[in-house]
Design a protein around this ligand. Structure first.
Ligand code: NAP
Length: 250
């Protein structure tokens, strides 16, 4: 039996990842920042599929709490699974702040840095000791690394750093048989960035018109992609950035 830990599993892409992974036979530890009810609902849905699931609170902006979080995960593994390790880590939790380059504040920049780059680095650093040899890590990147849209200078640059971090993690964790890859979604209909891709018809049409497959992405496009990258058949892929965007801005 395998256990996957998905950060930000209460909504959006993380929720879909957790459900798809459960469909593929994995048990789930999911985290949320504030939406406890949504997170518990996802855990309940997973249990109804016959898999084990728990929801833990974690603010990925607060790296000083990651050591205590690792202790909590350790305790939860022993209590719920009678195990001391888990198999897969998906660094997914995140927010979007759209602000023009000339207007983004340092405070906004620091918040994005803490959530997208510092968390991927230091949460992984604290959790890797709890991972089984031969485990897998996926860092969620973004299509905005490859193409530029106004307002995403900081976000895109940080996700680019996540791609580079991914290669270094793959190199240094390879001796333990742990693979590390970056999964880059294109624009997907979630609450991300105030739900703009889903709720603003002009933005939605713009993305669809610039996507080879002719529509905006849906959470299940990414949930299924994560399950695929964590399948036994994908075990020889490491240190790669893989984009799942339906062919956005080809
Ligand atoms: P979402 O629907 O807004 O969900 C965000 C998730 O992250 C929620 O579970 C939320 O928890 C959690 N979260 C947010 N801030 C957190 C924090 N400080 N600490 C801990 N958890 C936090 O967003 P999404 O679209 O699923 O985005 C997930 C990931 O995909 C992000 O890394 C994002 O950058 C990336 N991405 C998204 C898109 C897109 O178009 N949607 C495209 C490319 C990449 P609560 O529910 O408790 O608030």
């Amino acid at each position: 039996m395998t256990i996957a830990l998905v950060t930000g599993g209460s909504r959006g892409l993380g929720r879909s990842m957790a459900l798809h992974l459960a469909d593929h036979g994995h048990d789930i530890i999911l985290t949320y920042r504030s939406k406890n009810a949504e997170a518990e609902a996802v855990a309940t849905e997973i249990k109804a599929k016959g898999r084990q699931a728990i929801a833990l609170q974690l603010d990925v902006a607060k790296s000083e709490t990651f050591g205590d979080f690792a202790d909590t995960v350790n305790g939860a593994l022993q209590e719920n699974w009678d195990r001391e390790d888990f198999d897969f880590l998906v660094n997914n939790a995140g927010i979007g702040i759209n602000a023009p380059f000339m207007e983004m504040s340092e405070e906004q920049f620091d918040q994005l840095t803490n959530i997208h780059l510092k968390a991927a680095f230091f949460l992984s650093q604290k959790l890797v000791p709890l991972m089984k040899d031969g485990g897998r890590i996926i860092n969620i990147s973004s299509g905005l690394v490859r193409f530029a849209l106004p307002g995403y200078a900081a976000y895109g640059a940080l996700k680019g750093a996540v791609d580079v971090l991914t290669r270094y993690m793959a190199k240094e964790l390879g001796p333990r048989g742990i693979t590390v890859n970056a999964l880059a979604p294109g624009a997907i209909e979630t609450d991300f960035g105030g739900g703009v891709v889903r709720d603003n018809p002009e933005v939605n049409d713009f993305v669809a018109a610039n996507t080879a497959l002719g529509r905006v992405g849906l959470p299940d496009d990414i949930g299924g992609a994560v399950a695929m990258l964590l399948s036994p058949e994908a075990g020889w892929i490491t240190g790669q950035r893989v984009e799942f965007s339906g062919g956005m801005f080809l």
